[in-house]
Design a binder for this molecule. Structure first.
Ligand SMILES: Nc1nc2c(c(=O)[nH]1)N[C@H]1C(S)=C(S)[C@@H](COP(=O)(O)OP(=O)(O)OC[C@H]3O[C@@H](n4cnc5c(=O)[nH]c(N)nc54)[C@H](O)[C@@H]3O)O[C@H]1N2
Ligand SMILES: Nc1nc2c(c(=O)[nH]1)N[C@H]1C(S)=C(S)[C@@H](COP(=O)(O)OP(=O)(O)OC[C@H]3O[C@@H](n4cnc5c(=O)[nH]c(N)nc54)[C@H](O)[C@@H]3O)O[C@H]1N2
Ligand code: SF4
Ligand SMILES: [Mo]
Length: 747
């Protein structure tokens, strides 16, 4: 049995003593002694600019990092040619320099050791850390096979460790951005249209005449291009309809705000489908040409009238009819937005199916102002041997569950890491790169059990986030401003590629993930998969294959390619959807065969008891999850979250503006810290709202520590989607604790 893995606070180790290299590159200032000197022909009087794309969120806007004659990063601005940002970064992208200059950054590799009976970390050289990892991987593979190493990832680092695991013989690679985020939407749309809406979403918001947002809080959810397009559409007179229990920023810009009772959206969607069909407002030609199952759908929604939905959603029947008409008037230039973070109530694939069906009835897929066809540039893989075929993978751990999970489900990888008698497939080692699992997956007990049982836990991060405290080895990655990475190859309206290159050399002893992966790979005898000295060689080779070069990309940062395929449906008779039959599945035989409802059905979800309020959560424009929580530039803009409380509720509880309260959930789980009350009419009385990503309990995050509350710790009841394994998180209810509960600040 492995020694119990104790949580270690990295900051307590006095890493200040670590050798700190100068944080700027000599080559950027004209001194060519550095190995990667770049000639930038747009340098003006000693200033240099280097192309990059942003890593503060996953919209990946292309930009320029400006370095002063003294060699320090002064600013990051958007690349004018990038259709994803049109030259404008959001506050987080602009504040991205704060990730680089953060004094709390990880600075050196760390290895867990026991000293005087106490577990702690010791600073290690890269060789020591990498040897340790490679040896442990060999040992685990010797006993359990290479498949028993898994990866959790988010963002650019993930690709290099996916490559490492694939080369080693495992494809157990999972990301919270699937089972805790867009999984249900992707699955629902694939089951209906044969494909999903990608990232960045292929929603033609710019040219839409009607945009319907079901909880999608664009404007707070700050995905740059979408926000810009939404304001362009509003300027052009588009009707915005927002369904949200909270007057979100988007709702405040909308012609119609439908303050729905949370958890009841499926009833509203079914009523809209009912009105479109039974009032003959749907797009008959489109449905006749492209869809299957219309008659069954018509029959299915016969009784789902607006009057029926009113009793469930609290949205008035005339408003349901009126908004359905607005959509039909705009069709096919209408978008019922598929959303992104769609793991809400456990029936999320079915809600996404209902959204997809509405789009189908209105004929939006394949039409201007609806959902367009993307096109991108395929970047060829750098020559390498074929990956070995694993003898088992995450699918084999499902035992018939989640039949429509197209990507690995984080929850099941976690489960497969908890030893049970007679277990056939066990995971014994984790790599965690660019994801703070402790805050992003609300499965606290399983997560802790799994991490205790592992033989190896490696965390690759830039910051001492909570997850690092559980690692055996912590590897410090340099920030995105200090490294090369894969080309961004976006498939969207226009095919584009964007280059990320270092603007300065890596600070401290940090290294890029491509390097870390290669070093471990070589130690495992997988050198043939890393047939290059420097990642720059890979980029040079790839750029050559697609008719560009490093010189060109260093100069322009972003390259557009002409489209070869149509953006919208051109030849009506010939067009086929990517489903098995080539038709849109209004009724899903695939779901039916697997024992699920072929058409969405509304099921009531638990409601809060007296004195409790549904905990809902979302984004703020100046933060990305916990990723920015310690970024001083962004903390200055928003230091903490607050809990939004309706005035009626505040009065009932005698709460004052800015009063600090603790939140306690239905299972008695208390928030680690207190949070300020924000009293506002902008939230329904039955719910409270907080922004995700705050309430960090890890002291080494000196700026983030103790600011606000963490929704994840209060999410102890989950509703798992049986279709694809998504983690529904919105079935938790909280009450207020007004006096200091004197709880110890630990998770
Ligand atoms: N309770 C709750 N849970 C949620 C959500 C919620 O709203 N509430 N949202 C869900 C959603 S939509 C998603 S997509 C997931 C996201 O959850 P995660 O995938 O965990 O995403 P982040 O919070 O962005 O995690 C970022 C981690 O990457 C590190 N990092 C930042 N830059 C780099 C880098 O360049 N290299 C490396 N190696 N590491 C880096 C950060 O320091 C941090 O530890 O969470 C989901 N979980
Ligand atoms: N600034 C910023 N932008 C981001 C991110 C970030 O961290 N920061 N993260 C990015 C990522 S990875 C994702 S996935 C997206 C997530 O962004 P979205 O997909 O837009 O987010 P959701 O979490 O689904 O929606 C949050 C909204 O749902 C509302 N809501 C809560 N319960 C219900 C309900 O029962 N019904 C309805 N109709 N609405 C409800 C909340 O009031 C809130 O306004 O944001 C992206 N953009
Ligand atoms: S939307 Fe903002 S944070 Fe996200 S990639 Fe673009 S600039 Fe960066
Ligand atoms: Mo997400």
């Amino acid at each position: 049995m492995h020694t119990r893995r104790k949580f270690i606070k990295i900051g307590a180790l006095g890493l200040g003593a670590t050798a700190v290299t100068t944080a700027v590159a000599s080559w950027a200032t004209g001194n060519t002694s550095g190995s990667t000197r770049s000639v930038n022909d747009r340098a003006v009087s000693g200033w240099h600019r280097f192309p990059t794309y942003c890593e503060v969120c996953f919209w990946k806007c292309a930009g320029w990092t400006y370095v002063s004659p003294e060699g320090s990063i002064q600013k990051i601005i958007g690349n004018d040619d990038d259709p994803q940002c049109n030259g404008r970064l959001c506050p987080r992208g602009t504040g991205g320099v704060g990730m680089y200059s953060d004094p709390d950054r990880l600075k050196t590799p760390l290895i867990r050791v026991t000293k005087n009976g106490e577990q702690t970390y010791r600073e290690a050289t890269w060789d020591e850390a990498l040897d340790f990892i490679a040896n442990k991987m060999k040992e685990i593979a010797g006993k359990h096979g290479p498949e028993s190493i898994a990866l959790f990832n988010h963002g650019t680092p993930g690709k290099y460790f996916t490559h490492l695991l694939n080369a080693f013989g495992s494809n157990n690679v999972a990301a919270p951005s699937f089972a805790q985020c867009r999984g249900p939407r992707d699955t629902g749309f694939e089951l209906t249209f044969g494909e999903s809406v990608s990232s960045p979403e292929v929603t033609d918001i710019r040219d839409t005449r009607c945009l319907v947002l079901i909880g999608s809080h664009i404007g707070e959810n700050m995905h740059n291009g979408q926000v810009q397009e939404m304001s362009e559409a509003i300027d052009k007179g588009a009707v915005i309809i927002t369904v949200d229990p909270r007057l979100s920023t988007a709702a405040s810009k909308s012609k119609f705000w439908l303050p729905i009772k949370p958890s009841t959206d499926l009833a509203l969607l079914l009523a809209w489908i009912h009105v479109l069909i039974h009032d003959n407002l749907y797009n008959r030609e489109y449905v006749a040409q492209y869809a299957e199952g219309f008659n069954e759908l018509k029959e299915h929604v016969r009784d789902f009238t607006p009057e029926w939905a009113y009793g469930i959603t609290t949205i008035k029947p005339e408003l349901i009819r009126h908004t359905a008409r607005e959509m039909a008037n705009a069709a096919p230039s209408v978008i019922i937005h598929p959303g992104r973070h769609t793991t809400w109530y456990g029936d999320d694939v079915q809600r996404s199916r209902a959204i997809a069906i509405l789009n189908a009835l209105l004929g939006s897929w394949g039409n201007r102002g609806g959902i367009f066809f993307k096109e991108g540039i395929k970047i060829p893989d750098f020559p390498r041997p074929a990956y070995p075929k694993p003898s088992w993978s995450w699918q084999d751990t499902l035992n018939g569950r989640y039949p429509f999970a197209k990507e690995a489900v984080t929850n099941t990888i976690i489960e497969a890491s908890i030893p049970k008698p007679g277990m056939e497939h066990i995971i014994k080692g984790w790599f965690v790169a660019g994801t703070n699992l402790v805050v992003s997956i609300p499965l606290k007990e399983q997560l802790m059990q799994a991490m205790q049982a592992l033989d190896l836990l490696v965390v690759i991060d830039t910051m001492p986030m909570e997850i690092t405290g559980y690692a055996d080895v912590v590897l410090p990655e340099c920030t995105y401003l200090e490294r090369y990475d894969d080309l961004r190859a976006t498939a969207h309206r226009e095919p584009t590629i964007a280059l990320r290159m270092p603007a300065v050399q890596p600070s401290y002893l940090t290294k890029p993930s491509w390097w870390i992966s290669k070093q471990i790979g070589e130690r495992l005898g997988l050198g043939a998969f890393y047939n290059y000295k420097d990642f720059k060689e890979v980029l040079q080779w790839q750029l050559k294959q697609i008719g560009s070069s490093m010189e060109e990309m260093e100069r322009i940062g972003l390259k557009k390619y002409p489209r070869k395929s149509p953006v919208y449906i051109e030849s009506i008779a010939e067009f086929k959807f990517k489903t098995a039959s080539g038709k849109i599945q209004l009724k899903s035989n695939e779901l039916q065969e697997a024992g699920f409802d072929a058409m969405p059905v509304y099921t009531p979800h638990p409601q809060p008891e007296d004195g409790y309020y549904r905990l809902i959560y979302g984004r703020a424009p100046m933060h990305t999850f916990s990723r920015t929580a310690n970024n001083r530039n962004l903390v200055a803009l928003m230091p903490e979250n607050s809990v939004w409380v309706n005035p009626q509720v505040a009065e009932l509880w005698g709460l004052r503006k800015d009063q600090h309260v603790w939140l306690k959930n239905q299972a008695g789980v208390l928030s680690n810290f207190s949070v300020k009350v924000r009293i506002t009419e902008r939230i329904r009385w039955d719910s409270v709202y907080i922004v995700h990503g705050f309430g960090h309990h890890h002291k080494p995050l000196t700026y983030a520590f103790g600011r606000g509350v963490n929704d994840t710790e209060l999410i102890s009841r989950l509703a798992i989607d049986p279709i694809m394994g998504g983690t529904g998180m919105r079935g938790n209810f909280v009450t207020f604790v007004k006096t200091e509960p004197r709880k110890e600040g630990k998770l």
